[in-house]
Design a protein around this ligand. Structure first.
Ligand code: ZN
Length: 102
């Protein structure tokens, strides 16, 4: 696992992709603005600084994801160490896709 700092171009690409809106948009949680970069596969679980592994989300969704890991793993907003984060997550911008292969 790399302990490297996040490359600025990766952060910039994720923020550009978010286009001014939280990429989670969890109903009745989200405050809208993409304020923080969240590693879906956590750094301590081997998650890398990649556009596939990162989402730009609001602080409120970010806290909620970490407070509700069971939901977040189903949603693909958390990814187990033995899985590969694939973009987009099953739950993206307020919509849960029917089938997610992980
Ligand atoms: Zn949000």
């Amino acid at each position: 696992m790399s302990k490297k700092r996040m490359p600025p171009e990766v952060a910039e690409a994720v923020i550009d992709r978010a286009d001014g809106w939280c990429e989670a948009l969890i109903p009745s949680v989200c405050t809208g603005a993409p304020e923080q970069l969240h590693h879906r596969q956590l750094r301590k679980q081997g998650g890398e600084h990649t556009t596939d592994n990162l989402v730009a989300i609001c602080a409120s969704c970010h806290s909620w994801i970490h407070a509700h890991p069971r939901w977040a793993y189903r949603a693909g907003l958390l990814v187990k160490s033995f899985n590969t984060p694939v973009f987009p997550p099953a739950f993206y911008r307020g919509v849960m896709r029917e089938e997610e292969e992980e």
